[in-house]
Write a protein that binds this ligand. Structure first.
Ligand code: SF4
Ligand code: SF4
Length: 174
């Protein structure tokens, strides 16, 4: 949501029905095709096509009407994120960690409860300007992460309509 979240209220485009119609079902059904495409794709061609498709996806899909990522998953809070956010909140780093975070199985700090405690009922992020870098980069649809971490892209396509849209558009281009 993580991208340009603050700008979404200015967008006139809504999650159009054609894109969203049954997208979760279609995404689940197309997982094998996505995997095949991502594994065999011409990296240079994909990277060249991504910026335009990424922009198009964010114009068509309104994260403020979704927030599935913030509701169900946690970003990693790396040391610079913790420093920046705790300072912003006027909390000592230890207090911030104690209040909001826990260590996951991989030794990364993540939020200790879901939805993310910084997600408002209006789906805005209360620490948007200071949000973790994972949040700013998600859903990685303008990065080579899409190709480098195929299992992650496939998982993201199951709950993020932007990833679904980008994959479908990439596959149309062949
Ligand atoms: S899951 Fe995707 S579409 Fe939904 S809020 Fe997150 S980035 Fe936006
Ligand atoms: S900090 Fe929480 S609410 Fe803000 S963008 Fe990240 S996951 Fe979403």
């Amino acid at each position: 949501m993580w991208k340009k979240r603050g700008d979404f209220s200015k967008l006139t485009s809504k999650m159009s029905k054609d894109i969203l119609h049954n997208w979760e079902k279609k995404s689940a059904e197309n997982q094998k095709q996505y995997k095949q495409f991502l594994t065999k794709a011409d990296k240079n061609k994909v990277l060249k096509a991504l910026p335009e498709i990424h922009e198009k996806a964010f114009e068509k899909i309104d994260c403020l009407k979704c927030a599935a990522c913030c509701k169900n998953y946690s970003p990693r809070f790396k040391t610079p994120d913790i420093k920046r956010i705790s300072k912003h909140l006027g909390l000592k780093e230890g207090v911030f960690i104690e209040k909001y975070l826990k260590l996951d199985e991989e030794g990364d700090y993540v939020v200790h409860s879901k939805p993310c405690p910084f997600l408002g009922s209006d789906n805005y992020c209360s620490i948007y300007e200071e949000r973790p870098s994972d949040c700013a980069r998600f859903p990685y649809t303008d990065e080579d992460v899409m190709l480098k971490r195929v299992p992650l892209t496939l998982k993201n396509a199951t709950f993020c309509p932007i990833v679904y849209f980008v994959l479908e558009e990439l596959m149309k281009k062949g």
